[in-house]
Design a protein around this ligand. Structure first.
Ligand code: SRM
Ligand code: SF4
Length: 606
């Protein structure tokens, strides 16, 4: 076993590794505890196992203080996450989710990994919700937990051979890495195995079915203890980096020869979670691993996943992601280990890569087959009917019912309405307008791509507001952008309620990372291309002061930019950023960051 220099003492209470090992193929006591109506919630070990089934136990944090004062139990509920490779979902599947959310908080949250979350599902209702998601032909298996998560793919439904192959690859990966145990069917479907009759998307059928009917015994890829940590993958087609490939554990970039995909360059070791002040944790961007012919891509992926399975840190979960394995082994030793697991398969040097932006191409576009697609901006990915605002939920439900067109959830949490024939365009526009869902043409370019993670009131880890805070902050930044004539500039703003980095703030031009109520660490200097890490500029800024801090940078950019360079290029030319991809640089970076955190640049807010 490879030992990590970041290894810290073994956790005293039952570790997640122990819980997985003793879980009887991810069963634990989940079935019994959900059947027991006297329990308002499940214990921590079940919550850990529940994640593999696609759900998290949460409580309404808006009610916490009041309920605690009244000596009431927390307001427990469950978040459930559906997976869909590449964000593809049929109108019928979407409508089933729309219907299910009436049994929860009455809204849907699109995720920035192209999935859908329902919040506020009560304990007694979770089984029915999972049952209905499965009957729609989708699944929640492996949406969370120490396994391969929803595989991301390019959102734009362009009808080219390379786009078709990219989507096929997301589905192949998704199928290969589903965990195999009938526990899922036993617990949520009363042992009824997933039936092909339920499946509306034949591409997803065979593996989900095979996984739920798998004979008991050791999982061929995951074994008894699964992976050390979550594992994330994405396929990206140049020049669009909508999937944010450098932030992923593994990414795949197709190389086209004579109009067909010859193979894929594979990158490894990206990942964003960190802890404030814990300098052995930090975000990393992915590095090129190798290029491999198309026929071998999924096998090569399995070799990468099993390398992480066997060499990842199983003692300290904070250092268990593959980014730390890659950093501690070094990319060359990591590559050699993956190659050793691929006997007879030739790998080649990674191809040169060039990406321009993580943004979605919003609005109407041609698909290339005579049909159109429309990418609709959804503020923070929250599909709700907002009083006095856009009625996203009604709009997307009516569109699905009226036109039965497939949707694609984008990595920027927007919705693409795909396969629209030209004669349906007016109907789409009319339905969107009827519910106040406006096209994004009038928005600043920064607003179109700004994203915040969920945070309060559902996320148990949030230290500050995020989804509920960023729109108001952008309301103050937009006029500054317009005043400075920067309304059409690609500038990436991202926010999270804690340093776990769900909103991918660490490669944004501006990343605001929650530390405490209304206090944020401010990172600056990533790139809208997603290929550079931002550096910590201010340890703590009040939410209300963010627009002023941002203005200072925007004014300097306007004054100093040369030849129309974008914000990211101006920053790179005139300032330093905090990227440190090698282990040696990592340690230097840690020391520098320690000095910085010690107060070199503490904002006036503190
Ligand atoms: Fe995340 C945990 C929400 C994408 C890094 N994430 C959570 C939990 C489940 C909180 C928890 O563990 O109790 C959040 C649920 C909040 C809620 O109430 O809904 C949560 N993460 C989200 C979503 C919904 C944010 C969004 O704005 O869309 C995204 C769901 C994606 C999906 O469909 O699977 C989401 N999370 C991400 C990303 C971005 C990505 O995957 O591209 C990251 C950073 C990239 C990475 O993983 O390195 C991310 N989430 C984390 C982490 C830190 C992981 C780490 O390596 O340290 C945690 C905490 C953990 O795992 O212990 C976390
Ligand atoms: Fe929750 Fe933190 Fe993720 Fe935001 S970044 S959703 S606060 S875990």
């Amino acid at each position: 076993m490879f030992s990590s220099p970041f290894t810290l003492p073994i956790m005293s209470k039952a570790s997640v590794e122990d819980i997985k090992l003793a879980s009887n193929d991810l069963r634990g006591q989940i079935a019994e505890q959900f059947a027991d109506t006297s329990l308002s919630h499940v214990p921590d070990d079940s919550n850990i196992l529940l994640k593999f089934h696609g759900s998290y136990q949460q409580d309404d944090r808006d009610q916490r203080a009041e309920r605690s004062k009244a000596k009431l139990d927390k307001a427990w509920s469950f978040m459930i996450r559906s997976k869909m490779p590449g964000g593809r979902i049929t109108a019928k599947q979407y409508l089933i989710h729309d219907d299910l959310c009436t049994k929860a908080m009455g809204n849907l949250r699109l995720t920035n990994r192209q999935g859908i979350q329902l919040h506020g599902v009560l304990k007694g209702g979770l089984k029915e919700v999972i049952h209905d998601v499965c009957h729609s032909g989708l699944s929640t298996m492996g949406a969370c937990g120490d396994v391969v998560r929803n595989t991301m793919g390019p959102a734009a439904p362009l009808k080219t051979p390379v786009h078709a192959d990219a989507q096929k690859l997301t589905e192949e990966i998704s199928q290969r890495f589903l965990w195999r145990s009938s526990a899922y069917a036993d617990i949520w479907l009363d042992g009824e195995k997933i039936d092909p009759e339920w499946i509306m998307d034949p591409a997803v059928d065979p593996a989900v079915r095979a996984a739920t009917t798998a004979p008991e015994g050791e999982d061929p890829i995951y074994g008894k203890v699964y992976l050390p940590r979550k594992f994330k993958m994405a396929v990206a087609i140049q020049p669009s980096n909508d999937v944010d490939l450098w932030s992923q554990d593994v990414s795949f970039i197709p190389h086209v020869v004579d109009g067909a995909v010859e193979g894929y360059t594979i990158t490894v070791g990206g990942g964003f979670g960190m802890s404030h002040g814990q300098l052995t944790t930090r975000p990393f961007l992915a590095q090129p691993l190798f290029y491999v012919k198309r026929a071998h891509v999924v096998d090569a992926t399995e070799a990468i996943v099993t390398t992480q399975r066997d060499h990842g840190n199983r003692v300290e979960r904070k250092n268990a992601r593959m980014k730390y394995t890659v950093q501690t082994m070094g990319i060359d030793a990591f590559r050699a280990e993956v190659q050793r697991r691929l006997p007879g398969i030739e790998t080649f040097p990674a191809k040169e890569l060039k990406f321009d932006t993580v943004e979605d191409n919003l609005g109407w576009h041609e698909q290339g087959d005579g049909k159109l697609y429309c990418a609709v901006y959804v503020s923070m990915g929250r599909i709700a009917d907002k009083e006095g605002g856009p009625q996203y939920r009604s709009a997307f439900a009516e569109l699905a019912r009226t036109l039965d067109l497939p949707y694609i959830i984008t990595p920027n949490t927007n919705v693409i309405i795909a396969d629209v024939s030209p004669d349906q365009k007016d109907t789409v526009n009319a339905i969107l307008a009827k519910f106040g869902v406006v096209h994004s043409d009038e928005m600043t370019r920064a607003r179109k791509v700004a994203h915040a993670c969920v945070a309060l009131p559902t996320c148990g880890l949030s230290l500050s507001e995020s989804e509920r805070a960023l729109p108001g902050i952008m309301d103050k930044i937009d006029p500054v952008l317009r005043e400075l004539g920067l309304e059409n500039e690609p500038i990436l703003f991202r926010m999270t309620g804690c340093p776990n980095g769900c909103g991918r703030p660490y490669n944004a031009d501006f990343g605001f990372v929650g530390r405490a109520p209304n206090k944020y660490a401010m990172f600056v200097g990533g790139s809208v291309r997603g290929d550079r890490l931002a550096g910590l500029e201010f340890k703590s800024v009040l939410g209300d002061d963010i627009p002023t801090r941002v203005r200072e940078f925007l004014e300097a950019f306007k004054a100093e930019r040369k030849n129309g360079e974008i914000f990211a290029d101006w920053f790179a030319r005139t300032r330093t950023t905090g990227e440190a991809p090698t282990p040696e640089q990592f340690h230097i970076e840690l020391a520098e960051r320690a000095a910085k955190l010690a107060g070199e640049k503490v904002s006036a807010a503190e």
